[in-house]
Write a protein that binds this ligand. Sequence first.
Ligand code: RIB
Length: 307
Amino acid sequence: MTSVVVLGIFVADLAFKAPRLPVMGETLLGQGFAIGPGGKGSNQVIAAARAGGSAGIITRIGSDTFGEMARKAWAADGVDTSAVIEDAGAPTGAAFIFVSTETGNNAIIVESGAAARLSPADVRAAEGVIANAKVFMTQFEQPIETAVEGLNVARRRGAITILNPAPALPVDDGIYGLCDYVTPNETEAATLTGLPVENEDQALAAAKAFVRRGARNALITLGEKGALLHGGAGTHLVPAFKVAKVVDTTGAGDAFNGGFAVALAEGQSPVDAVRFGCATAALSVQKPGTAPSMPTRAEIDALLAGG
Ligand code: RIB
């Protein structure tokens, strides 16, 4: 049985390091560049696979160089690609990523490419893969109607459903009723609820808003403050692990979600699963890149054990 199946996109991440973003009309000299596998869905499935889950992805890629990069990345971590569609009519997508040399924080423009053509029919064609999964997870980088279909199929097939609503886009509240867990970061939670999310009390108010809209649980990631879980699993603030030096925060949310999903698939309690996700994220921010920064199970277990 596949423990975690992810519906989402793969893109090539083009990451530029600089002290700041250029202003319009300005050319700025960079301080580093890397190209590597990215896309929230693909990052999450790679995080899950490295964290010890058997993991599969439902997506579309182009028949091109970036598509080959995707296949190599998934093969290296044993990701099930039986629900990957190669689309000759569209290129694999790409993301521009600015990484601050001062803080390690990032800003992203993502073009989903072939994965923007992922349809509800593609999801229905992958029903067999979803039926085999303990946990189903999706985001909003492919069309929202496709995410909704994935959540519907997963619910019907008895999987635990996780919606990582990133990027935060306007959605019909009905989607939350399909979610066992909705996992925005602070910014996404603020955009989606219309409430300020700048401290723990405000995060709890936003989490309550997601639950009122139908989510069984809201899990709001709070960066270096950890993550707040609220809903059927109770209310818990799980602190983040201390990190000596943050190198690159890009993909930290994906690391968290991938780790959290694997722990849930293993039957860990929701709070332990959040802790597992926090450990996965803390390790990922200490390395550059997104998918390449995802930690192994041995590294996560060592951090959880206090090593
Ligand atoms: O969450 C980080 C990811 O968001 C990057 O890999 C980029 O591709 C965008 O999808």
